[in-house]
Write a protein that binds this ligand. Structure first.
Ligand code: HEC
Length: 150
């Protein structure tokens, strides 16, 4: 019995090591500056708004993710990449100005709603990325600014 447990343990460890070799291409843009970026397309955007959106949303909604060391460990890695892919498909702040006026308008309302209802940034993410969690003051500032853009 003890031996069987040991074998199972070793097998699990080998599987864990094997899956580490699967590392998809990371979502990094090597410092590229986008003229289409969300924060560049509103000249009067306050710094607090810029900083909060960049810190709390850009990891999944832009072409550049600031990975933490643990983001590279499988199976978390695959989950992180899935969030980035789904997040960018819905909303990519790096490519904001390529969206039609109508789409931008819809997204502004959607962003406001996600922040107001605390659905974004996702809680599974803020659990590990504490600095991305928005406090009440930030939520107030963001929703106020977004309301003015509607
Ligand atoms: C951990 C990754 C992650 C972070 C961080 C994150 N999002 Fe998301 N977001 C997603 C994913 C995945 C989806 C699509 C699936 C869903 O709706 O849950 C999404 C969907 C959205 C949508 C819906 C888009 C639409 O078409 O209406 C909005 C708006 C949004 N996010 C805004 C934000 C804002 C604003 C922040 C920062 C305050 C943020 N997100 C942070 C992953 C993330």
């Amino acid at each position: 019995m003890k031996k069987a447990l040991k074998i199972t343990g070793v097998m699990l460890l080998l599987v864990f090591i094997a899956v580490q070799f699967y590392q998809p291409a990371p979502n990094v843009d090597k410092g590229q500056v986008y003229t289409t970026d969300f924060t560049q397309n509103y000249p009067a955007m306050p710094d607090e708004v810029k900083t909060a959106i960049r810190t709390s949303c850009y990891d999944c909604h832009s072409n550049n993710t600031n990975y933490e060391w643990y983001d590279y460990i499988q199976p978390a890695r695959s989950l992180v990449e899935k969030h980035i892919k789904d997040g960018k498909e819905n909303l990519n702040f790096s490519e904001w100005d390529t969206y039609s006026g109508r789409k931008q308008k819809r997204l502004i309302t959607s962003i406001k709603k996600q922040i107001e209802t605390k659905k974004m940034p996702m809680s599974s993410y803020t659990l590990m990325h504490k600095d991305a969690k928005l406090n009440d003051q930030q939520i107030k500032t963001l929703t106020q600014w977004l309301k003015e853009q509607e």
